[in-house]
Every structure is written in C-alpha cells, then in structure tokens.
Design a binder for this molecule. Structure first.
Ligand code: CP
Ligand code: NVA
Length: 299
C-alpha cells in the first residue's frame, strides 16, 4: 500500500507520471462508488475545495470532517479512527498540526493516507507548484527557483519536488528559520541542488521563479511579533523581482498577506501566477489521487 505523506514518497518517474495524470481532463473513474475522508485540524480554502472537486472528478464522494467530530486521541485513538474510516473510504487525507499523526495513520497500512499539510510538509501544494512551473517553462531541468522567507512546511515539500525534477533551489531567510540537517540530508537524497543565502537579492539573482509563503504559519501565532521582526528584510517587492530573470514568475501558496511577505504590486502584478497556481491545486490533487488509487496500487 502506498501513502503520500511527503513528495519523496514518489520517485522522479512517479512524480512525472502524477503530473501527466494531472493534465488529463478526462481521468479514469478510479473512485467510482467510493469515498475519501478529508480530516482538517486547521482551516483551509484551497486544499479542501481542490480535494473535494478532485474526488468528484474521479467519480468518488468526499466527506469533510472537522476534528472535533472525531476527537482524535480523546474520543478514540488516531489508530481506531483510521481503522474505522478505512471501512468506508478508499483514502484518508488529513491536515494536522503534528506530522506524527499522519505517520500513525499510515503505519496501520489499512488505507492510503495523504498529507493535506502538517508542521513538516505540504506535498499536495508542491505538486501544484511544480505543475505551475512546468506550465510556464516545460522541462524544469536547470531552472532556478528562489524561495524567500521561512524554511517551513511549504518550502520543504517544494524543495523536494523541484529537486526531483532537476531544478536548482536557492533559499534566503533569517539564520534561525532555515532547514535542519535532517532536512538537508533528505534533499540531498533526492539530488536537490540547494544553496542558502543571507540576502534575498543573492538568492533571487537571475532566478526563473520567486516563491514566498507567510512568515507565521498556522499554529505559530504566538510567535508573530518575533517573526515579523526577523523576516522584515525578506519581503518580495518589485525591486527584488527586478533582480530575477526578465521572464521570472512569482508564486505563493496562499493565503497571502499583502504588505508583509509580498507587496500588493508583486502579488497582483504581471509576474504573478498565484491564481493559476491555486487552480492547479485541483488538477494536481486529481493527478495524485488517480495515481495513488489507480496505478500506485500496483507499484
Ligand atoms: N495553500 C493552501 O494550502 O491553502 P489553504 O490553507 O487555503 O488550503
Ligand atoms: N506555511 C503555511 C501554509 C498555509 C497553506 C501554514 O502552514 O500555515
């Protein structure tokens, strides 16, 4: 049984296949007559809606579940919840605070488990990100993606996906908000070429794409003042975009805070691809589910 807790649960060939399936607007009805449980411990716009519509497109029925209904580890254990949901659903997908909850679900091997964002990663977002970059540039080999800001869940998954497809990644952010050594080892294992920079300008210089995310992720709200100070020099503005390649695009997983991590001029400007990127969440989700619950079952 295959799970999708992080991008490197796929090898490069499987990732390319998922992206091919994402481009298929007439997908196989691999979910005909079957359900997908969508468990959300945190709010969501894109992830919930893209997953629900992807499940629908594959002939299935999504069931959105707020954690208070389940009482994970209070009403019953994560394991008992997962066993039960496996009786009704072809897949359990969850957005959780603690990545270990997803690992406990997947360890049972009773149903494929998909990460809809955890403190560790956001692999469904990364699929949409590389789909958007591929729409723009075709083959990503040799392209340069600059990520400016927090070395967070979105960054980790993006770095794995970009690396698997042969692009170079440059990171710029404050020293205290960078990757851990184990993150670096994981990126090295998939062959991601990554450099880390103290100044945003050095990372963005000549880049094909500039990516940022919020400075304070869901669950980190108590740190907001400290983070706003730490990230002040890492805002994506027009001057920074001018340092990128002339054809460079701007990406953001959203939700965005104009005036914080990105200016309104960049977010709403000609280089911005944030709306096709958000729309690609649905295509990427359809591709991943078609693979995981179709071809992935055999692999
Ligand atoms: N990018 C993203 O995951 O958005 P939501 O939090 O709205 O799902
Ligand atoms: N890093 C952000 C991404 C939101 C989609 C968070 O975890 O809140």
């Amino acid at each position: 049984m295959r799970h999708f807790l992080e991008v490197d649960d796929l090898d490069a060939a499987e990732l390319r296949r998922v992206l091919e399936l994402a481009a298929d607007n007439d997908p196989p009805a691999v979910l005909a007559g079957r359900g997908v449980a969508l468990v959300f411990e945190k709010p969501s716009n894109r992830t919930r809606n893209s997953m629900e519509m992807a499940v629908f497109a594959l002939g299935g029925h999504p069931v959105y579940i707020w954690p208070e209904e389940l009482g994970l580890d209070t009403r019953e254990s994560v394991e008992d919840v997962t066993h039960t949901l496996a009786g009704y659903h072809a897949c359990v997908a969850a957005r959780v605070f603690d990545h270990a909850v997803l690992e406990r679900m997947a360890a049972l091997d009773v149903v494929p488990v998909v990460n809809l964002l955890s403190d560790a990663g956001h692999p469904m977002q990364a699929l949409a990100d590389v789909l958007t970059l591929a729409d723009e540039f075709g083959d990503l080999a040799g392209r340069i993606v600059a990520f400016v800001g927090d070395g967070n869940n979105v960054f980790r998954s993006l770095a794995l996906a970009v690396g698997l497809l042969g692009a170079e990644l440059r990171f710029a952010g404050p020293a205290d908000y960078r990757l851990s050594d184990s993150d670096r080892d994981r990126l090295a294992a998939v062959g991601t070429l990554i450099s880390e920079h103290d100044r945003a300008l050095d990372a963005v210089d000549g880049a094909d794409a500039v990516y940022t995310d919020v400075w304070t992720s869901m669950g980190q709200e108590a740190e907001v003042d400290r983070r706003n100070l730490a990230f002040e020099a890492f805002r994506v503005d027009e001057a920074l975009m001018d340092a990128a390649a002339p054809h460079a695009v701007f990406l953001h997983c959203l939700p965005a805070h104009r005036g914080q991590e990105v200016t309104g001029e960049v977010m709403d400007g000609p280089a911005s691809r944030v709306w096709p990127q958000a729309a690609n969440r649905m295509h990427a989700a359809r591709g991943l589910l078609a693979w995981l619950l179709g071809e992935g079952v055999e692999s």
